[in-house]
Design a protein around this ligand. Structure first.
Ligand code: ADP
Ligand code: ASP
Ligand code: MG
Length: 416
């Protein structure tokens, strides 16, 4: 019998009616002859509210306790979902991550899954139960509750689908699929039918919060196609799949905005071998992901080193960087008002002129680019957060992503 794993995000389980609607969908799928696993998020904005509550108690809550708190959100949903299913006459059982052996490392708030023991899930499926698993959470070998980072239920979905070798992996959310840009910011964004793992990985990392990047990483590694679709209708959504040759015909597939970035600048850093290694080793040990590293050297044997981080990591970064500065005798500057706008497409590997088009669009609107980063399939510009949304719309338009897809896509110009 085929296995379908379906994940319902926060908005898709925000109240009792929505929980019932999700339960009905699971029952319909089961009646079509499938075994069904549901992965659910916390209801509505529960996770944000819990975070806010923690913030009222402590400026810098212990991460272990934060995880203990945040994981409660998903536990509410699993039990309500099981009740809804039973109420409708289906057999159902809910599990926390600990109960199904979803073991992670001990990096609280950003834990990574190490192993999943799916025996218990299989047993319950074989007894014709619909199995509901709490997304976003895990458990360490020592039994501490962990969470997988914001949007982490997507990771739970893909990990469970991979471990069960599921036939279908569906992500039900509040949009019809993956769009060429966040439809909440770009009204004329267009739904994409298929997108490659690599493009989705870039889009997710660069701000398309519809999927967490680690979920895409996992999906690529285990070759699990993800179907992103709406929980409000039955329309076909977007398939995230391995790249095919025809995908390269499209130069830019999407644009994204990450609007919660901070920059750390260290000045008067001694300019000698090993210093950069030491700085970034200390930062890596604190589990911070850094981007856009720039080092410039002055004549007086000192250097300026800057890098960007997630705004959420700024408090941790301050602690670490202030310690480094004490050791090295440098000074630090922290900025918390940055954003990054990006264009992504596997076609950039073979087409040209993308950078020029993007920079011109931003320049025409007087948007100052503070830094540029590129990879084979993306170009990103660091800008002021106040101009982020406007920049996203401009970049989206510059590549004709919304209105005239057939014509604007695939054009070539000069190399980037
Ligand atoms: P869920 O609660 O289902 O996990 P999220 O709120 O985490 O849903 O993600 C869905 C939201 O992601 C959408 O409402 C949309 O505003 C946003 N989003 C950002 N970029 C994109 C994109 N490229 N395509 C679709 N949605 C996007
Ligand atoms: N509830 C968590 C969050 O809001 C996890 C998720 O929804 O994927 O980030
Ligand atoms: Mg989400």
């Amino acid at each position: 019998m085929s296995i379908v794993v379906m994940k319902f995000g926060g908005t898709s389980v925000a109240d009792a009616d929505k929980i019932r609607a999700a339960a009905r969908r699971a029952i319909t799928t089961q009646r079509q002859g499938h075994q069904v696993v549901m992965v659910v998020s916390a209801m509505g904005d529960t996770t944000d509210r819990l975070l806010d509550l923690a913030g009222q108690i402590s400026k810098d809550p212990p991460k272990r306790e934060l995880d203990q708190l945040l994981a409660t959100g998903e536990q509410v949903t699993i039990s309500l979902m099981a009740m809804a299913l039973e109420e409708m006459g289906a057999k159902a059982i809910s599990f926390t991550a600990g109960q199904i052996g979803m073991v992670t490392d001990d990096i609280h708030t950003k834990a990574r899954i190490k192993t999943i023991d799916v025996r218990r899930i299989r047993q319950q499926l074989d007894e014709r139960r619909i199995v509901i698993v709490a997304g976003f959470q895990g458990v360490t070998e020592e039994g501490a509750v962990t969470t997988l980072g914001r949007g982490g239920s997507n990771v739970s979905l893909v990990a469970i689908a991979a471990a069960l070798r599921a036939d279908v992996c569906e992500n039900y959310t509040d949009v019809d699929g993956i769009y060429t840009a966040d439809p909440r910011i770009v009204p004329n964004a267009r739904k994409i039918d298929r997108v490659s793992y690599d493009e989705m990985l870039e889009l997710a990392s660069l701000g398309a919060a519809v999927l967490q990047n680690r979920a895409v990483e996992f999906a690529k590694k285990y070759n699990v196609p993800i179907h992103v679709r709406s929980s409000l209708n039955n329309s076909k959504g977007t398939m995230i799949v391995a790249e095919t040759e025809s995908m390269e015909r499209i130069v830019v597939s999407g644009a994204a905005l990450k609007d919660s970035l901070a920059r750390v600048t260290l000045r008067n850093v001694p300019d000698r071998p090993g210093v950069a290694a030491r700085i970034f080793h200390t930062i890596a040990t604190a589990r911070m992901v850094v981007d856009d590293i720039i080092q410039t050297t002055a004549e007086n044997k000192t250097a300026t080193v800057s890098f960007t981080i997630d705004l959420a990591d700024l408090t941790d970064a301050r602690k670490v960087v202030e310690r480094i500065c004490k050791d090295l005798g440098c000074t630090a500057l922290f900025e918390d008002h940055l954003a990054r706008v990006s264009a992504v497409g596997v076609g950039m590997r073979v087409h040209t002129g993308v950078a020029e088009r993007m920079f011109s669009a931003l320049a025409k609107a007087g948007i100052n680019i503070q830094n540029i980063t590129t990879s084979e399939i993306k170009i990103s510009c660091l800008i002021d957060r106040s101009q982020g949304r406007q920049a996203l719309r401009l970049v989206h338009d510059a590549f004709g992503l919304g209105r005239k897809p057939a014509k604007a896509r695939g054009k070539t110009g000069r190399r980037k």
